[in-house]
Structures are given as C-alpha cells and as structure tokens.
Write a protein that binds this ligand. Structure first.
Ligand SMILES: [Zn+2]
Length: 281
C-alpha cells in the first residue's frame, strides 16, 4: 500500500460537493399530476409472468402503474420512446441527477442527445422505507440488470431467463425485431421494488430481501409516448440469488391508466434537449 501523505486525515475530512445540484431542474407539477391521476381509469393491463417479461405502450399524458400482486418480487424496467428506440432510459444520468434510488417527484431521463424526462414517479407505496442501516434503499438506478453473460463469466452457465434476456424477448415481441436486433436496445434498468446499496467497508454492490408486499405499487406519469418492458426478475425478492430458477418468483402487473383529457390543462410534452450538437467543430 502507498504511504499516506502527512495531511491524509485533513484530505479525507474535506466535505463532499453535490455534483449536480438539482435546484435548476424543471420542477414537475405534482399537484396537476395528482388531480389527473384522480380522474384516470385503467384502459389496458399487461402482466409479467415469473421469470419472464411483458411489454406495454403508454401514450404521453397517461399513467402506468407497476403492482406487486402475489408475493415479493422485483422488476427490471426498460423504457423507450414508442416511435424511436434510440431515445431510451438513461439510468446513469438519472442517478447523477437524482441519486441512487428513486421515489415520488423524481424522473426517468432519456439518453443523449434527447436528455428529457420520459416519466415522472407520482406514487410510491414503499416511500416509507428510506435508507436502512446497511445503506440499502428501494427502486435503484445503481444495478444494471441480471444477464446471462455475467453468469457465464462467473459460473460458466447458460441461463435464458435473466432480466436481460426477458427484456430482449419482450422487445422482440413488441417490435417484430429478431432477438439479435432487439438485444442492443436493451439497457440498464430501474430496479423496481429491489432493495440495494453499496457496502460501507468494501464498496460492493449488495441486494437484500425486498420489503415489497402484495398491493404495493409504483406509478409513473408518461411525459412522452412510451414503449415499456418489465421483467419479473428470476431473483424473486432478491434475498439470496438471481440468474437461476432457485428463487421463489411471482408475477408483476402493469396497468395503463388514462386520465380525463381536461385534467391536464397546462401540461405539454417536454422538449428535447437544447444543446446544439455542434461539439465545438
Ligand atoms: Zn433480474
């Protein structure tokens, strides 16, 4: 190990600075969304079977709600612009803007060059959980998605029901693309209901049993036309392992809710990012 400098303690005690102070982010009108949600009716439903994924469409200005129906289960969520798969959820920038775990009032942002809100969280029945003594919290944007490549790297396995593969099949079914065409569009997820953090001593990514119970849900307002895919992770509640068939798994339901159009007066789809894309050339 390298010799620490004489002022090592002083260097460690410098207070952190928030990378992206979010007091200049556009503020969603949560009261408007709440009044619109109060008028909304379920107009479509999709269900992710255990160890499988479903897809769904949400018109901009509608809501979608992910509900735990049968038993503790985490879900891996991907979002794309319904007419342009290149505009997809960017978990890394969402993490940089809002933090490691999301809740009500926070937004799912799209990838460059779009960088605009795709969806805003309007209800979170797990908002009581907070941050536990291990540093764990729910609905993270720090994990990626369980996948067969990492399983093969670490255990030499060939497993076909990781979230990555489930999302690939769901996108292929939604679009008619072949699996090899759909796979590159699958991206890092919002880990719905999953309880995760980083260990304080080694900085390693951890998971623990999700606190989700039947009836718990997470509701989003679609800021643009969305194609979504949700995988019911083979890890179940992610209390032990994933990437295998050993965990107890349950379905997840996705409801599409359509509000009274008069309830959204004043709302408009967010504009794409204003950077001119000349990159100094
Ligand atoms: Zn998974």
């Amino acid at each position: 190990m390298s010799q620490p400098p004489t002022d090592a303690d002083a260097r460690r005690s410098i207070p952190p600075v928030i990378c992206y102070p979010n007091d200049t982010l556009p503020v969603p009108d949560m009261a408007l969304y709440a009044s619109a949600l109060a008028t909304a009716r379920v107009t479509d439903t999709a269900t992710a079977a255990p160890r499988d994924a479903c897809h769904f469409h949400v018109p901009g200005g509608c809501f979608f709600r992910i509900t735990c129906t049968d038993g503790p289960q985490v879900g891996d969520l991907n979002l794309w612009h319904a007419q342009d798969l290149s505009e997809r959820f960017y978990s890394g920038k969402t993490r940089a803007l809002h933090g490691t775990h999301l809740t009500t009032g926070e937004r799912l942002w799209s990838a460059f060059p779009h960088l605009r809100p795709m969806a805003t969280i309007v209800e979170d029945t797990l908002d009581w959980y907070g941050i536990d003594k291990f540093g764990g919290a729910v609905h993270d944007v720090i994990g990626t998605r369980c996948d067969p490549y990492t399983g093969n790297l670490l255990q030499g396995t060939q497993y076909h029901h990781c979230c990555h593969s489930n999302l690939t099949r769901a996108l292929a079914q939604a679009t008619g693309l072949r699996a090899d065409q759909a796979e590159p569009h699958v991206h890092d997820v919002l880990n719905v209901f999953m309880c995760t953090g980083f260990t304080r001593d080694t900085g390693q990514y951890f998971m623990k049993a999700s606190p989700v119970r039947p009836g718990d849900h997470l509701t989003f307002f679609a800021e643009i036309d969305l194609l979504g895919a949700l995988s019911a992770c083979p890890g179940g509640d992610c209390s032990s392992e994933h990437s295998s068939d050993s965990a107890a798994c349950h379905p997840l339901r996705v409801d599409i809710l359509t509000p009274d159009p008069d309830s959204l007066t004043g709302w408009q789809e967010p504009a794409k990012n204003g950077y001119d894309r000349s990159h100094g050339l």
